[in-house]
Design a protein around this ligand. Sequence first.
Ligand code: GDP
Length: 360
Amino acid sequence: ALTIGIVGLPNVGKSTLFNALTRQTIVAANYPFATIEPNVGVVNLPDERLDRLAEIFSSERILPATVSFVDIAGIVKGASEGEGLGNQFLANIREAHAIAQVVRVFEDDNVVHVEGSVNPSSDMETINTELILADMETLENAVPKLEKQVKGKKAEQAQLDAYLEAQKVLERGDSIVSSIESDKLEMEHLKHLGLLTAKPFIYVFNADDSVLGSAQKRRELAELVAPAEAVFLDAKLESDIVELSEEEAREMLELNGQEESGLDQLARVGFDTLGLQTYLTAGPKEARAWTINKGDTAPEAAGVIHTDFQKGFIKAEIVSFADLDAAGTMNDAKAAGKVRMEGKEYVMKDGDVVEFRFNV
Ligand code: GDP
């Protein structure tokens, strides 16, 4: 499954946030195929379309798509040099498909800051520097090996060029992901290295009221990390509200000037950052969202339900959620000519409501 690794300095609120994520996991645990591991938090991706589908099809239950987060312990200065457990932590992040960096912007004299004061820019720089140093080390090991292979005609010069180009980027202190376009980095040649700074990045600002309530402060922080995505939340508040009923939670969020919970925001942004989208299925048993990559074809989408669906794919009966919603029932959508039969080449769109036809 696709996962997002959580990183950050010690004492910035990672555990607090992760506790909130895992308590949501218990709610998400009725997801039939989920195996819950202790360091993985599975969060439902909020999707109002499913409520509407459940209404149209009188579905018994709703199964949203999910986003998985992996808890990775704090990074301190020197982590890339393998001090303490640093190296092992970095090895854990290597497995993640995207990285969410928790950054402290809350003031609290009772919570010690590892570097003396609350300073988001310098904290982000500390973490990002460690990630860059770790990638430099990866390349320092990989380049001499590849040079030998190129000499022995066992590898391509183009791959070595890509390694050297990546090294240049890191040496001037930039991340791979921010330089892919400007430096024309050949990601195909770099993929298998698992470079940490090549992963998509999300910044999670763990904030208090003074930031959450100020559009200007949020804008300033978001600009600081752009084009990476920024999410603003109060980890303590998030861990409190997962205990509450939906209604109480909404009231609590409104009191704090927020429309949706930080976890919901994080799930949404995480899902987008991973390059995913959902299609929908519905019937009397369940209304359900299925996770696919942007650009997947109809048979690939069918394969997410079952590999046999992909192998035996014949065609897909598809209506867009918007059209079905407007029509009110499947029959009315059909009568209005909104239900299409699509074949193997069809590229799925987010919000397609689908029924597959297949041979078994
Ligand atoms: P970690 O080391 O990054 O995992 O940080 P923790 O989650 O253990 O948090 C460190 C301390 O900061 C704990 O005492 C938390 O209760 C506190 N803390 C975490 N998030 C917030 C927050 O949003 N506001 C305040 N005031 N305290 C927080």
